[in-house]
Design a protein around this ligand. Structure first.
Ligand code: GLU
Length: 492
């Protein structure tokens, strides 16, 4: 059996969109599942759309995700160069050969003439952008045009009758009527190939066995196969990947949220979670119901026959769920190191204890996007009324809460230090001494510290995160709210 060779062929036109990254992942898996080779090729023939720095983003993203390539511009290989703009001398000879064999032709139509044709089309319909005006120029006309130095493109001569059929490993058999295929441009006036031409030449020269790409290329594939045929080459296997939609059924775009790998990482999604989730965007492991897969585990089970034809839905909530799973699986040290830039950004100039925060968050958080809502009280106490201290279950009233806070504030003020153990011991000893239950000891300070009666982490953890000064300030503010209330409600 021949070794599988697949390629990821991004155009350096910007950031790494998650659709592109999913293509890279599936392409990598399809070869690596069978111990094949994964090749990186940069498709930069559209120089106008080229973005500075985009190639580095591609390298960094692949490396971050563990999608290592066996051949590519940076690592070299036997069939380079791996950048299309460095392969320009590869394309023209094939185009000329096709012209000489009558399988392609020179088209001298000007932009204006093409625009005029676009409105004509057969049956008065604008089916074709191009009406094959130059397909049958006489040798004399061609000579005259060349002699006059008229610029020209080279177009593929499509069969006017019959059908072209190919097998896609995901979409099955696809057939198109040849008369519907435009005589597409292979070589532009500047001698640059079009994507449509270059991808065929390169995939052939690079020995690609499986072409994996988005389903937007499905309708062009018959044209590519006709090119393979015209050149006398064996076409590769095709694996077209389903579209990615947002939860509203529309094509995934910025409106739905972050759509580039970098933006997701910046928003606090872990690379492992992103890769795991992307694997499931259009694929599922048959009867296996597991959802958590490392890249290595995916490599062991990934099978292109389980890729779905129906569009995949990118659900940020599901991605957040994956993130929580991977956060929980991290070591405490790794989690803390990962958390720090996000919590630093959240707290700004305010001091906080990272260790305690990390301890509280690791089992509870999905993404740092939750911080304003989840941790807002750490930055600023939610405004609250004395009634918040009422708690039937704990038999707490504003009057008892005041009594408890008075004692606790005195006690905490006198502690030699504000270490967790010291604070914990001091408060826990109060219960038996005063006849208060733990819920009564811890409830009032939690409310005074946060302005909420439900918080991630309890009173002591909040005190540890905030530090002594801020904690005492908040406890005393709570004491004052209670004192004011009791003064105006003598019966409470
Ligand atoms: N350069 C194309 C793109 O980025 C690649 C498509 C293909 O894989 O052939 O969409």
């Amino acid at each position: 059996m021949t070794t599988r060779r697949t390629r990821f062929a991004p155009s350096p036109t910007g950031f790494m969109h998650i659709g592109n990254l999913r293509s890279a992942l599936y392409t990598w898996l399809i070869s690596k599942r069978k111990d094949g080779q994964f090749i990186l090729r940069i498709e930069d023939t559209d120089q106008e759309r080229k973005v500075e720095g985009a190639v580095d983003v591609i390298y960094q993203t692949l490396a971050a995700c563990g999608l290592t390539h066996d051949e590519g511009p940076d690592v070299g290989g036997p069939v380079g160069p791996y950048v299309q703009s460095q392969r320009l001398d590869h394309y023209k000879p094939y185009a000329e050969k096709l012209v000489a064999e009558g399988k392609a032709y020179r088209c001298f139509c000007s932009k204006e003439s093409l625009e005029a044709q676009a409105t004509e089309g057969p049956d008065g319909q604008n089916t074709y952008g191009y009406n094959r005006h130059c397909r049958n120029l006489s040798p004399e006309e061609i000579e005259a045009n060349l002699a006059a130095g008229k610029p020209y493109v080279i177009r593929q001569k499509m069969p006017l009758e019959g059908e072209t059929t190919f097998q896609d490993l995901v979409y099955g058999e696809i057939t198109v009527a040849n008369e519907d295929l435009e005589d597409q441009i292979l070589l532009k006036t500047d001698g640059f190939p079009t994507y449509n031409f270059a991808n065929v030449i390169d995939d052939h020269e690079m020995g690609i066995t499986h072409v994996v790409r988005g389903s937007e290329y499905l309708s062009s594939t018959p044209k590519y196969n006709l090119l393979y045929k015209a050149l006398g080459w064996e076409p590769p296997q095709y694996v077209h990947l389903p579209l990615i939609l947002g939860t509203d059924g529309k094509k995934l775009s910025k409106r739905h949220g972050a759509t580039s790998f970098q933006d997701l990482v910046e928003e606090g999604y872990l690379v492992t979670a992103i890769v795991n989730y992307l694997a499931f965007l259009g694929w599922a492991p048959g009867s296996d119901t597991r959802e958590i897969f490392s890249l290595e585990e995916l490599r062991q089970v990934f099978d292109e026959s389980h890729i779905s034809k129906s569009p995949a839905v990118f659900d940020y909530q599901k991605l957040a769920w994956y993130n929580a799973q991977y956060i929980q699986a991290m070591t405490a040290g790794d989690f803390k190191a990962w958390l720090k830039p996000f919590s630093d950004a959240f707290f700004g100039s305010q001091a906080y204890d990272l260790d305690v925060l990390a301890e509280i968050l690791q089992s509870r958080m999905e993404t740092p996007q939750q911080f304003p809502e989840m941790l807002g009280f750490l930055k600023e106490t939610t405004p609250y009324e004395a009634e918040l201290f009422n708690n039937k279950r704990q038999k707490l009233t504003p009057a008892l809460a005041k009594e408890i806070l008075d004692v606790e504030i005195d006690l905490l003020d006198q502690l030699p230090d504000f270490k967790r153990e010291t604070v914990h011991q001091a408060l826990m000893d109060l219960g038996p001494a005063r006849g208060w239950k733990t819920g009564q000891v811890m409830g009032p300070p939690r409310i005074a510290l946060s302005g909420q009666n439900v918080t991630p982490g309890g009173a002591i953890e909040i005190m540890m995160i905030l530090g002594r000064e801020e904690s005492m300030k908040r406890l005393k503010a709570g004491q004052k709210i209670l004192a004011d209330y009791l003064a105006s409600h003598p019966q409470a």
